[in-house]
Write a protein that binds this ligand. Structure first.
Ligand SMILES: Nc1ncnc2c1ncn2[C@@H]1O[C@H](COP(=O)(O)OP(=O)(O)O)[C@@H](O)[C@H]1O
Ligand SMILES: [Mg+2]
Length: 236
């Protein structure tokens, strides 16, 4: 089944067009990346999927349901988890409070506690620091927290906006290992990334976004061996 389908999306900020005729398909269980330079429109795609920016043209489907006009919180409730750019966490809340915020929609007490335990198992570091204010954590730890918080709502599809931003290479690798593990457990992943090399190593399939248009789409392996991609994104 298709988890996500973007169909001919145009998006604008005022008069300025940020996305032109963007179509993307993601099947259940895939790990897909969209690579593109700064300003290409990656974050705008994420915002359109989440309902934080309204496209001027085109439709968005989640599991065959048209969500184009749905409110962001209803999209989240359907199972779309979102890790925004810059790993925003609530700085003055503790690690545990941040996680509980991520699961605030879950009314079943037991399920909430289970999810919290699951996050702590996945990120022992967060358990050690559960009473610490999020702002006192390192960049890498905050990225872990942002990922864990998104997991608290049991997402079907995880949207990740630039996991690599501002992180040391070793932490980028660690974060990507975790995402791969989550993918292995059945979560469908869409990662948008400026760091093409790392994204194409982690994902199964990729799209290239250039000034708001999809110019290429292929398996990650083929993209890694594509001369244009090598020249423009892999710095050879
Ligand atoms: N809130 C905004 N108002 C006006 N222009 C914006 C806004 N957000 C993004 N843009 C413009 O839209 C284009 C795409 O931006 P964005 O989606 O953030 O790209 P990326 O995430 O790939 O860096 C850029 O030209 C950017 O300057
Ligand atoms: Mg961005």
């Amino acid at each position: 089944m298709k988890v996500l389908r973007l169909e001919n999306i145009d998006a604008y900020y005022g008069q300025s067009q940020a996305l032109t005729d963007v179509s993307i398909d993601i099947k259940e269980g895939e790990f897909v990346t969209i690579i593109g330079a700064n300003g290409a429109g990656k974050t705008t795609i994420m915002k359109c999927i989440m309902g934080l920016h309204r496209p001027r043209r085109g439709r968005i489907y989640f599991r065959n349901r048209d969500i184009t006009n749905m409110e962001p919180w209803d999209r989240a409730a359907l199972g779309i988890g979102y890790i925004p750019e810059g790993r925003r966490v609530f700085p003055d809340l503790t690690v545990e409070e941040n996680l509980r915020m991520g699961g605030y929609r879950i009314v079943d007490r037991k399920r909430l506690e289970n999810n919290l335990e699951k996050c702590f198992r996945l990120f022992p570091r967060l358990k050690e620091r559960k009473s610490q204010a999020a702002r006192t954590m390192s960049g890498g730890e905050q990225q872990m927290l942002a990922i864990a918080r998104a997991l608290m709502s049991d997402p079907v599809l995880l949207l990740i906006d630039e996991i690599s931003m501002g992180l040391m290479p070793i932490l980028v690798n660690h974060s990507l290992e975790i995402v791969k593990k989550l993918h292995g457990e059945g979560i469908t992943v869409l990662l948008v990334e400026q760091n093409a090399s790392k994204a194409l190593k982690a994902a199964d399939r990729g799209y290239v976004l250039e000034t708001g248009r999809i110019t290429l789409q292929d398996t990650s392996e083929n993209l890694r061996n594509n001369d244009e991609v090598i020249r423009a994104y892999l710095g050879a």
